[in-house]
Design a protein around this ligand. Structure first.
Ligand SMILES: [Zn+2]
Length: 477
């Protein structure tokens, strides 16, 4: 039995019932009396961000639409430009021209700018301003000819300050342009909480344990949320974040749900690490009253649209096609049965599986691949300073090794139960720490905030550069 995590009612399906609008309304009232609500399919990561993971066991129709209006809508506006520039499959048709509207957060002045972004320039099509009283300057963003009227309307024309007009925005590092994802932005936090709550519910976490994100009384998402930014505390993290954009399936979305437990405490914490577009990285505290078995679960998906073209089968690859089908829904298929199929039937089935699995993304393999160049770079060139030792330690820590009876290594694989959850701090004390808790502790430290802003800024520009390169590839001048 599944329950809507927001209203707490049992989810039932109305599929098969042919109801007109009025009948449906009556039915819903009836269901409510009975402690039930109507199932609907919810995207765990918004579809507008290219999220594919869906579930009809997390939210009811009513709560889904309530959260869509209250939280999703405003949040995805921030991603408009990414959505279009990255050619997401959600609305490929609207990507015909090279201009796209975007909302930019100018963190230097804490204002939002409406811009039109094209290959050549970023133009302010909306208007906004910022006043620096000490410098006696008014910064105006927008078309020059609109400035006078705007300043009059805002009753700031009488200030007699120097007027600095920007019609265009330059993407230079010192501009500090960033979508408004700062940690004080409630909408942003609530969306992260929604993604995490949906993911946890899909994985079977009971609603009563979502006490740090759900306001049970008001059936809404809390407005006091514990959201902590990810910061690369280890050399390994620094290297991973550097190398990511050169690796396959960039950018991607990644979710990791995990529990933390402290000595002498029965209740565990549930956290969800949310990474959107390989760029925006946060921890959401979902629960501090969890009393069941520990959970570790990850989900990853590439973001970019993948065209699918039907293939002709290659007779030498029979075994591969057979295995592919067996692993993807055709469990009972035997080699004999496979060979009895006509070529057309094999082709249809194989192509179908290839089409639906083209977004499958195995994060262990991915990490394994990006660790190889990192390991080679540091360990084999005899670099024995503290940084490389820290790096070596954390790589070793994140791998789990299986030995046989003679102590020989049987297999080595990345342990996702550690990735972005715990790390070994510094070379001398080698203490095991939790990212989320360290980040929470450091948020009071001004120096840390400065470092964090710089890191976030670098990550954002990394993504912009990736987009620029993509655009250049598609439209070589
Ligand atoms: Zn509901």
């Amino acid at each position: 039995m599944s329950i809507c995590y927001l209203c707490g009612l049992r989810l039932v399906s109305l599929k098969g019932l042919k109801l007109n609008n009025n009948e449906k309304k009556e039915k819903i009232v009836d269901l409510k009396r009975n402690g039930e609500c109507v199932k609907h399919e919810e995207h765990i990561i918004p579809n507008a961000l290219g999220g594919y993971l869906k579930s009809d066991n997390v939210l009811c129709e009513e709560c889904g639409s309530k959260l869509n209006d209250a939280v999703d809508h405003k949040f995805i506006e921030n991603f408009d430009f990414l959505k279009k520039l990255l050619n997401l499959r959600v609305d490929r048709s609207s990507n015909k021209n090279n201009q796209t509207k975007a909302k930019f957060y100018l963190s230097k002045f804490k204002i939002v700018l409406d811009v039109m972004w094209s290959n050549e320039k970023i133009e302010c099509y909306g208007v906004n301003h910022h006043i620096e009283h000490e410098e006696e300057k008014i910064y105006f963003f927008g078309k020059k000819q609109r400035a006078e009227k705007y300043l009059k309307e805002k009753k700031i024309d009488s200030l007699n300050y120097e007027l600095i007009i920007s019609e265009f925005v330059e993407l230079q590092d010192e501009n500090f342009i960033f979508p408004n994802f700062n940690i004080e932005n409630l909408n942003f936090k609530q969306e992260l909480a929604k993604i995490s709550a949906g993911f946890a519910t899909k994985l079977g976490v009971d609603r009563k344990f979502l006490n740090r994100v759900i306001d049970f009384e008001n059936k809404s998402i809390l407005d006091k949320l514990c959201i902590y930014p990810f910061y690369p505390f280890t050399e390994l993290d620094v290297e991973i974040e550097k190398i990511k954009q050169e690796c396959y399936e960039h950018p991607h979305h990644f979710l990791s749900l995990f529990t933390l437990q402290f000595e002498n405490k029965e209740e565990k914490l549930i956290f969800c690490y949310v990474e959107l577009f390989s760029t925006f990285q946060y921890y959401v505290l979902l629960s501090d009253n969890y009393t069941e078995e520990s959970i570790y679960h990850v989900y990853a998906q590439p973001v970019l649209f993948k065209e699918f073209e039907e293939i002709e089968l290659d007779y030498k690859q029979g075994n591969y096609y057979f295995e592919l089908l067996k692993c993807n829904g055709y469990d009972c298929l035997t080699w004999e049965k496979f060979n009895q199929m006509t070529y057309e039937e094999q082709k249809r089935k194989v192509n179908h599986v290839m089409e639906i699995t083209r977004y499958d993304f195995y994060y262990e393999d991915y990490l394994d691949k990006i660790f190889t160049p990192i390991t080679n770079k540091f360990i084999f060139n005899n670099n024995k300073d503290d940084k490389s030792l820290d790096l070596a330690f954390n790589i070793k820590d994140i791998y789990q090794t299986e030995y046989d009876r003679d102590g020989d290594i049987v297999s080595e694989s990345v342990d996702l139960k550690k990735y972005r959850i715990t790390y070994i701090d510094g070379f001398s004390n080698r203490e095991r720490k939790f990212y989320a808790l360290e980040s929470c502790k450091f948020l009071k430290d001004k120096n840390f905030i400065t470092r964090l802003e710089k890191y976030n800024h670098e990550k954002f520009f990394q993504l912009l550069n990736f987009i620029k390169n993509q655009m250049n590839k598609e439209n070589p001048s």
